[in-house]
Write a protein that binds this ligand. Structure first.
Ligand SMILES: CC(C)(COP(=O)(O)OP(=O)(O)OC[C@H]1O[C@@H](n2cnc3c(N)ncnc32)[C@H](O)[C@@H]1OP(=O)(O)O)[C@@H](O)C(=O)NCCC(=O)NCCS
Length: 174
């Protein structure tokens, strides 16, 4: 049974560890360790996650399988990065969607995405969008399956390594 719930203050250590673990499992072997560790130790740490949690623009959700933590996502309300192709719309960003390796391929990502879509529609956001590393081909394929399409690129600073992210969007009002 998969359930999704809003993250509370008591969950912050848990989601920090989940995010850290998934980030390492998915990306450590593809990056220079100096840049990777710089990013990991500035962003995937409790103090940083707590600051994000305390910002009312952000909402974190956790997915559980039979009450065991399996995945998480972060939504950023009213975020468009000032991008000209987003500016005229109300936008919801799906900033982080992570499923622990042992739970991947079991529909949990799909549940988290559906939750993001539901929140977007219920709150009259016109666009759901995300940024994904151009080398994360698996995630790009999955996002296309979910109805996202590439509309731009932006630079993502991974601890001093400037990487290209594809920006992908899905219109929620059509
Ligand atoms: C990307 C990620 C969130 C997807 O979550 P998941 O739980 O593994 O995905 P699901 O099991 O819900 O599968 C989603 C769909 O993608 C399909 N899929 C799974 N693996 C795939 C692959 N390698 N290529 C293409 N499609 C794939 C599934 O068949 C499913 O399609 P369906 O809904 O039509 O059945 C997860 O794999 C993950 O956390 N990866 C590591 C971190 C990461 O890259 N996050 C994204 C950062 S932008």
């Amino acid at each position: 049974m998969i359930t999704i719930r809003l993250v509370t203050f008591e969950d912050l250590e848990l989601i920090t560890n989940m995010g850290r673990r998934t980030f390492i499992e998915a990306f450590a072997h593809l990056n220079n360790p100096v840049h990777f560790n710089a990013y990991l130790n500035s962003h995937h740490v409790l103090e940083a996650v707590e600051i994000e949690f305390n910002n009312p623009k952000n909402q974190f959700y956790i997915a559980e399988v039979d009450f065991k933590p399996a995945g998480l996502c972060k939504l950023v309300l009213n975020e468009n990065e000032g991008h000209p192709k987003l500016q005229k719309y109300t936008c919801l960003e799906l900033e982080r969607i992570y499923v622990l390796k042992q739970f991947q391929g079991r529909g949990i990502g799909n549940y988290l995405f559906k939750k993001a879509e539901e929140i977007g529609r219920d709150n009259n956001f016109e666009i759901l969008w995300l940024g994904v590393w151009e080398k994360n081909l698996k995630a790009i394929e999955i996002y296309k399956k979910w109805g996202f399409s590439v509309f731009a690129t932006h630079i993502f600073d991974l601890g001093g390594d400037l990487q290209t992210d594809l920006m992908m969007k899905k219109h929620l009002t059509v």
